[in-house]
Design a protein around this ligand. Structure first.
Ligand code: PXL
Length: 273
C-alpha cells in the first residue's frame, strides 16, 4: 500500500448481526483488499446463519447525515449500496450521491435474503430504477434481481443480454449480471455490458454450504478495486477471484448457512492489484 494515500470506500448498507453479509461483509472485504472502509448504516437486521428475524430501517435523514459526515471530511473514492428498504431511503441515498458527487457507485440491488426474507419494499424498486441507477456507475443484479429490475423472464443467456440492455437504458453505464442462478449452464457465466459490448466471464460452479454474503462480498470487492482506480472489467475479474476463494473456503459456523471466508484469497487478490 502507498504511504500517505489510502483508497477510501463507503458502504451504504444494512447491518447483519451474524457478520457474514451486509456492512460487516463489506468492511471485511475492503480491509482484505487494502482499502479504507466507511459506513452509512441503512437498516439493522436481526439474523444468524438460520436466517433473518427482523429488519429495522434507519430514518432517511440519519442515512444522509452519515454520508455527509464522511464525504465532507474523509472523502470517498468509491461507494456501494446494499439493503435500501424503502422509496424514501433510496431517494435520500440518490440525493446524497448527487450532492456530494460520490464517484464510482456500485449498486447491489438487494431485494431478498437467501432464505427469502424481504430486504426491500416492492415500491422501492421503482425508486431505485428512477433515482439511483442514473447516479450509479455499476449495478450488480443476480438473475432474480435482474428479472425484477428489467421486468423480463430470464431463461438463458439471450434473455440475460436483453435484461442487461433494458437495465443499461435506465441510465447506469455498466451492468454486471451475475449468472450463478442460471440453471441451464454448468458454468457460472457473468455478463458485463457497457452499452456497446458484452463481456462474458465464465467460471466453474462452486457447491458450498457456506455461501452467506456472496453477493455483498462481490459488490464490495468491485467497489474496493474501483476505489483503487482499476477499470470495471478488471475490477469484475478481481472480485470474482476473491469471491471464488471466499466461497471455496467458506466458514463452518452456526447451524445454518455459514458465511463466506473473507480471509480467503488475500494473497491472490493482493497480487492482482
Ligand atoms: O445478501 C444480501 C444481504 C444484504 N444485506 C444484509 C443482509 C443480506 C442477506 O441476508 O442480511 C444486511
Amino acid at each position: 500500500m502507498l504511504a500517505g494515500h489510502v483508497a477510501r470506500a463507503l458502504t451504504i448498507a444494512g447491518s447483519d448481526s451474524g457478520g457474514g453479509a451486509g456492512i460487516q461483509a463489506d468492511l471485511k472485504t475492503f480491509y482484505s483488499l487494502g482499502v479504507y472502509g466507511m459506513t452509512a448504516v441503512t437498516s439493522v437486521t436481526v439474523q444468524n446463519t438460520h436466517g433473518v428475524v427482523s429488519v429495522l430501517p434507519v430514518p432517511p435523514d440519519v442515512i444522509s447525515s452519515q454520508i455527509a459526515a464522511v464525504a465532507t471530511d474523509i472523502g470517498i473514492d468509491a461507494a456501494k449500496t446494499g439493503v435500501l428498504w424503502s422509496p424514501g431511503i433510496v431517494m435520500a441515498v440518490a440525493e446524497a450521491v448527487r450532492r456530494f458527487g460520490i464517484p464510482r457507485l456500485v449498486v447491489d440491488p438487494v431485494v431478498a435474503a437467501k432464505g427469502g426474507a424481504a430486504l426491500m419494499m416492492p415500491a422501492a424498486v421503482h425508486a431505485l430504477r428512477r433515482y439511483l441507477l442514473p447516479v450509479a456507475h455499476v449495478v450488480t443484479p443476480n438473475i432474480p434481481e435482474a428479472e425484477i429490475l428489467a421486468e423480463v423472464r430470464i431463461d438463458g443467456l439471450p434473455a440475460v443480454r436483453d435484461a442487461a440492455r433494458r437495465i443499461h437504458a435506465m441510465g447506469v453505464p455498466w451492468v454486471v449480471i451475475k449468472g450463478g442462478h442460471l440453471p441451464l449452464t454448468d458454468e457460472a457465466v457473468d455478463t458485463v455490458f457497457d452499452g456497446t459490448d458484452f463481456y462474458e466471464l465464465r467460471s466453474e460452479r462452486i457447491q458450498s454450504g457456506s455461501g452467506h454474503g456472496t453477493g455483498c462480498t462481490f459488490s464490495a470487492a468491485l467497489a474496493a478495486s474501483l476505489a483503487r482506480g482499476v477499470t470495471v472489467p478488471r475490477a469484475v475479474e478481481i472480485a470474482k477471484i476473491y469471491v471464488r476463494a471466499a466461497l471455496r473456503q467458506g466458514l463452518t459456523l452456526g447451524g445454518g448457512c455459514g458465511p463466506v471466508n473473507h480471509w480467503a484469497g488475500l494473497e491472490g487478490c493482493s497480487r492482482e492489484l
